[in-house]
Design a protein around this ligand. Structure first.
Ligand SMILES: [Zn+2]
Length: 78
């Protein structure tokens, strides 16, 4: 893994409303996703994996165009 990677932390959309601790942390390196951490939702999940993949793809596109430093920590909410 080279130094040009991004750490992406994805929090549940119900983090506040239902105090859900569900989250996913991945590292994007080149075009590959490396799952680092995963915490299950405390409720029935309504987010399917294809949506997450699409969001990650969108984030990666943003980081590619706004990359200012080797490592970026990105936090989004699904
Ligand atoms: Zn959740």
């Amino acid at each position: 893994m080279d130094k040009n990677y991004e750490i992406v932390e994805i929090c549940c959309e119900k983090k506040k409303s239902e105090k859900c601790k569900g989250y996913t942390i991945t590292i994007l390196n080149d075009s590959s996703h490396y799952l680092q951490k995963y915490f299950n939702h405390t409720h029935a999940s309504q987010t399917n994996s294809s949506n997450i993949a699409k969001n990650i793809a969108d984030i990666k596109q943003q980081t590619l165009t706004t990359r200012n430093q080797p490592i970026q920590i990105i936090q989004i909410t699904l």
